[in-house]
Design a protein around this ligand. Structure first.
Ligand SMILES: [Zn+2]
Length: 114
């Protein structure tokens, strides 16, 4: 239960610390990335409290995490290179999706070392 609460509290704290001007939408986008746990339906059992998700579920593997890191890093670079407000908005959202996914992986990783 603490684990699930962290998936809400940590994005909220990150949004308040680094995205204060848009903390509500930033929090919402980052929490929405919990949908990445949809890959658990491929596992049997779907939920095992003693299982390390990282490296086990397809969307929790190293190649996926590299993509999440790219989502975090690249959109701000692209966003700065354009004057189009819609492109800047989309870049900002993609950046937060990447950040939310990286936070998710980090929090899941805690279960792997405890
Ligand atoms: Zn997960």
């Amino acid at each position: 239960m603490v684990h699930i609460a962290l998936h809400v509290v940590v994005p909220l704290l990150v949004a308040l610390a680094f995205y204060r001007g848009r903390w509500r939408s930033a929090t919402g986008i980052m929490i929405a990335t919990m949908i990445v746990d949809v890959d658990h339906v491929l596992a049997d059992p779907i939920y095992d409290p003693n299982r390390c998700s990282l490296g086990f579920h397809p969307l929790h593997t190293a190649p996926a995490i590299v993509i999440y890191a790219a989502l975090f890093v690249l959109p701000p670079v692209v966003g700065r290179a354009t004057d189009r407000p819609d492109a800047r908005l989309a870049a900002g959202r993609l950046h937060l999706v990447g950040l939310g996914l990286l936070i998710h992986m980090a929090l899941d990783g805690i279960d792997c070392v405890l």
